[in-house]
Design a protein around this ligand. Structure first.
Ligand code: AMP
Length: 416
């Protein structure tokens, strides 16, 4: 695989897959431009070398149909401003040959939303999975996806994938397109490299002790990662809503707390697995219980296994916070995914804030800390601590799959 740092884009046309799936308000204004800023090092390097740039991305879920509300034309000016140069726009991403051919060094072309074409995702549309004709439709779509990827590839000499957020998908622009470039002409962008290195630090260059903190609402969505981490971590904190599935599985009374009743065996199995693998499982003992799912609810501190009816656990309690700190502060490798409570309500954000503070302290003492996967990123942003941890991942599903130990198609495709 080529390396972007060593590559000279002078006189080359580069097609770059970025993740410009930015949130827009009802007037089409960008409300958070983090994803655009994230791709700038790659885009600027190509332009600075004297290359020309074809930028492609998806936005939202148009499901293979043109939808003006999800048009990337809305972000053209913001991209131009961020790059400090004009940006041309191709209103049909599959018919941009001429516009691409006309690009001169230093010029930029932004393609319309890739997902206006069903070929991008490669899933047949308008046919049910149980329909006997589905398999044939799927095969035909896979062929159409190759043609679509080939068309995109024909615009450029070089392919760069800098879209970590979609790296776990084998889409036309994230993976299939790479088949149409020689090994020396395809590579990861800077953002992708950073993400991949951060995951490698967590999975391969572990400095001990290694503490992972898994929170959020459900154990069922995190089980793949929990199982993979069991072979690697010294300490595993399980917190947030999943706490009460564990408390109930162990015979506790959890009042009205969130619980996955069909996952009680799974919870017991995780406890057993931790014992067998010598992992210090930290479940916390107490919680803040509320009498309503509201920031203004009445609260009391309860033991996790003794919550009265009419009350639900909504945040980690003071003893739990001490137990969490005890294994976070001395850690040298830290992974955090998922809040310790309903952090969206300020009154139930204390447990998550304490975890964030402990991670910041450990990081200041030399630990490598990776925060990622949706809500924990929102957490560190809410507390203004994002720049005090080692790395905040931009990838939700992609990060979680990478940590589960799965190979990401978007990374593998450029390495092949
Ligand atoms: P997840 O998407 O599984 O990472 O879960 C994140 C969500 O879990 C956040 O929106 C939190 O509000 C929610 N959550 C965390 N702790 C609890 C809890 N004790 N009860 C209900 N929801 C919770």
């Amino acid at each position: 695989m080529a390396k972007i740092e060593d590559f000279n884009f002078n006189g080359k046309k580069a097609i770059v897959r970025v993740d410009f799936n930015v949130p827009l308000d009802e007037n089409g204004n960008i409300t958070d431009d983090t994803r655009i800023r994230g791709a700038l090092p790659t885009l600027k390097k190509i332009l600075a070398d004297g290359g020309s740039l074809i930028i492609m991305s998806h936005m939202g879920k148009p499901k293979g149909k043109v939808n003006p509300k999800l048009s990337l034309s809305q972000i053209k000016d913001a991209v131009a401003k961020a790059l400090g140069t004009d940006v041309k726009f191709a209103p049909d991403c599959a018919k941009a040959s001429e516009a691409a051919a006309e690009l001169k060094p230093g010029e930029v072309l932004l393609l319309e939303n890739l997902r206006f074409y069903p070929e991008e995702e490669g899933k047949p549309v308008g046919i049910d999975k149980n329909d006997p004709a589905y398999d044939d439709a799927k095969k035909a779509m896979k062929e159409a996806q190759k043609d679509f990827a080939k068309t995109l590839a024909s615009y450029a000499d070089v392919y760069v994938n800098d879209a970590f957020g979609t790296a776990h998908r084998r889409h036309a622009s994230t993976a299939v397109i790479a088949d149409y470039f020689d090994k020396q002409d395809k590579m990861l962008g800077y953002l992708m490299e950073k993400e991949v290195n951060a995951v490698d630090n967590i999975l391969k260059n572990i400095q001990r002790p290694f503490t992972a903190i898994m929170g959020g609402s459900k154990v069922s969505t995190k089980i793949g990662i929990i199982e993979n981490l069991m072979d690697k971590v010294d300490n595993l904190i399980l917190c947030g809503g999943m706490t009460y599935t564990f408390a109930k599985a162990q015979g506790g009374k959890i009042g009205d707390s969130i619980c996955e009743n069909d996952k009680l065996d799974l919870a017991l199995n995780i406890i057993k697995m931790a014992k067998e693998k010598n992992v210090n499982l930290v479940l916390g003992t107490d919680c803040v219980a509320a009498d309503a799912f509201s920031n203004d609810a009445n609260t009391q501190i309860c033991q996790n296994n003794n919550i009265p009816d009419g009350w639900e656990g909504v945040d980690a309690g003071p003893d739990s916070v001490i137990a969490f700190r005890d294994v976070i502060v001395p850690a040298k490798t830290i992974l955090w995914n998922g809040p310790a409570g309903v952090f969206e309500f300020d009154n139930f954000a204390k447990g998550s804030k304490a975890i964030a503070d402990a991670i910041v302290e450990a990081t200041a003492n030399g630990a490598f800390s990776l925060v990622g996967g949706g809500d924990s990123v929102a957490c560190v942003n809410k507390f203004g601590l994002a720049d005090k941890v080692s790395y905040v991942s931009t990838g939700g599903g992609a990060l979680l799959e990478a940590i589960e130990g799965k190979t990401l198609p978007g990374v593998a495709a450029v390495a092949e």
